[in-house]
Design a protein around this ligand. Structure first.
Ligand code: ZN
Length: 155
């Protein structure tokens, strides 16, 4: 794997699975939401690939260089497709904001306590980037929030 050729990865790891299963997703509504967000991303020239990401252990992955969002097919069976795509879409909005690299959006939303263990093991800059993605994915209106972020920051 050549990271210089492939761009910078922003992955969501298997470790967040436990948190999401506890939320009890409505699967039919989640599928509709997933397609709505996928279309919004495609409108802003991102590519959503339903395919195992090229990083072992990742359920979702955003490559800032190719603008490809990889979503592992397993997440549909696990009922976490919606939060996984919302997470990666936040990174997409961060890329629009930063230009060539992701940049924190400074959303002014306090990360919920349950998300802290997912981003506290990142250091410095990456921690804030990941904190925003985890914060938005667990918001009750996370879908509309991330779509509005894409509209605000992406041309
Ligand atoms: Zn992330």
């Amino acid at each position: 794997m050549n990271y210089h050729l492939m761009g910078i990865y922003y992955t969501i790891a298997a470790v967040f699975l436990g948190m999401q299963l506890a939320t009890g997703e409505n699967l039919a509504a989640a599928d509709t939401d997933f397609i709505q967000l996928q279309k919004a991303l495609e409108k802003h020239n991102f590519i959503v690939k339903i395919s195992p990401p090229p990083v072992r252990g990742a359920y979702g992955l955003f490559d800032s260089k190719t603008r490809i969002i990889w979503i592992h097919p397993l997440v549909f069976d696990l009922g976490i497709a919606r939060p996984t795509l919302i997470h990666e879409a936040v990174h997409a909005a961060q890329l629009c904001h930063g230009g060539k690299t992701v940049k924190a959006l400074n959303l002014g939303i306090e990360p919920p306590a349950m998300t802290r263990r997912f981003f506290m093991n990142y250091e410095g800059f990456s921690r804030q980037i990941e904190a925003e993605a985890y914060t938005v994915q667990v918001q009750p209106d996370g879908l509309n929030l991330v779509i509005s972020l894409l509209q605000k920051y992406c041309p």
